[in-house]
Design a protein around this ligand. Structure first.
Ligand code: PLP
Length: 406
């Protein structure tokens, strides 16, 4: 048989089980490379592994043995071991993107006739998948619900409800949903709960500890942290993940490249240090923005004016992340002019990078009807980076000045 890769990495995880997040993020999934004694595991770019003497004993669609990289590659498995440990989950599947994780989860769990409740504020692909593709192609019933209100969720539950999918903090409005409460009401009715945890990262929030069945991360964001690769993860119980792995990865083919898995592994080492800085910077920037007259609102779970600050305080352990959104009391064009006048902060999608990124979301965005009223005139989503916070504040000031808004 092949090298027992899975046994080896599980043993590696157990060795560090009782240790702190900061220690596990460095050691779990890394080991001495047997071939060379290198103290960092290498990137294994091979797409095939040597077969045993009698390959007929293998399951060609299995993930337990190293056969073919789509069934699971070494670098992917090391990263899965690390993410599972950080999420405090039994198991983890790492895929090629956050959306591959979301679509893989939905594809594997849902059948025609099932009903899904999902948050009004989610990553756009969730809206497309559930509201446009799964319901039309596969006759999955879907309800978009303001999940910040537990009563709304309760009243939408039906006999065929299979899954409640929430995102907290939600992208792009930073809405906060009570993970424990949602899990409690869902589990009373045998409904599964998945949480998109991307904006918090497992350093700030761990949905599985709060009762959710699945924690989804876009590894592209904070966990990689450097804006140079893509990946996604689904963490949860093995009894679910064994099937999801076969469906989403081996049969749908959403496997991550070894190089991307390696980059994310490398980026993840500094997650706690980076999140501390993101948390601090975003809080300072949020408070600064709140002090400006031209700013109509700031949505950041870390400030007291946030509608669900209390819930955020309860479920987010170390801080509130680096993403905030805010509105300016001005017209469409001036928003674009303000952004173009920024010198450090770059206009780009994505978030959780080392550098600060900003996006203007217009008043005519197709999902405006799902957002609270203060967002209706258009708003800016700001992913506060790791730069010096005073430099960021000065950049905002000079750009507002140059645009004639200050
Ligand atoms: C970016 C993002 C995703 C999608 O991740 P990709 O890696 O871009 O596919 C999913 N959820 C949230 C909250 C995100 O911000």
């Amino acid at each position: 048989m092949n090298d027992k890769m899975n046994d080896k990495i599980i043993n590696n995880g157990l060795k560090f089980n009782h240790m702190d997040f900061q220690t596990r993020v460095i050691h779990v999934g890394n080991n001495i490379d047997k071939g060379t004694n290198a103290i960092k595991r290498p990137i294994t770019m091979a797409n095939s592994y040597k077969l045993p003497y009698d390959p007929s004993v293998l399951n060609w669609s299995g993930a337990d043995e190293n056969i073919y990289t789509r069934n699971g590659g070494s670098n992917q498995k090391y990263l899965e071991e690390r993410i599972a440990s950080l999420e405090n989950a039994e198991d983890c599947i790492v895929l090629s993107s956050g959306v591959a994780a979301l679509s893989g989860l939905f594809f594997s769990l849902l059948e025609s006739g099932d009903h899904v409740i999902f948050s009004n504020v989610t990553y756009i692909a969730v809206y497309r998948l559930l509201n446009e593709l799964f319901n039309k192609k596969f006759k999955v019933e879907t309800s978009i619900v303001d999940t910040t209100n537990i009563e709304n969720v309760k009243s939408e539950i039906k006999d065929n409800t299979k899954l409640i999918h929430i995102e907290t903090p939600g992208n792009p409005t930073l809405s906060i949903v009570d993970i424990s409460k949602i899990s409690e009401i869902a589990h009373e009715k045998n409904i599964l709960v998945s949480v998109d945890n991307t904006l918090a990262s497992p350093y700030n929030q761990r949905p599985i500890e709060l009762g959710a069945d699945f924690s989804i991360e876009s590894l592209t964001k904070y966990i990689n942290g450097h804006g140079d690769s893509m990946g996604g993860s689904i963490s949860g119980k093995s009894k679910h993940l064994d099937t999801i792995r076969k469906d989403s990865q081996i049969n749908l083919g959403g496997t991550i490249s070894p190089f991307n898995a390696w980059l994310i592994m490398r980026g993840s080492v500094t997650l706690p240090l980076r999140m501390e800085q993101h948390n601090k910077n975003a809080l300072k920037v949020a408070k600064f923005l709140e002090s400006l007259e031209i700013v109509t609102f700031v949505s950041y779970p870390g400030i007291e004016s946030h509608k669900n600050h209390e819930i955020a305080n309860k479920q987010m352990k170390n801080g509130f992340g680096g993403v905030l959104s805010f509105g300016l009391n001005t017209n469409h064009d001036k928003h674009n002019e303000f952004v173009s006048n920024l010198k450090i902060i770059t206009s780009a999608v994505s978030l959780g990078h080392d550098e600060s990124l900003i996006v203007f979301i217009g008043e005519d965005d197709e999902r405006q009807y799902l957002y609270p009223k203060e967002f209706k005139n258009g708003f800016l989503r700001f992913s506060v980076g790791l730069e010096d916070s005073n430099d960021l504040i000065n950049d905002i000031k000079q750009a507002l000045n140059k645009t004639g808004l200050l």
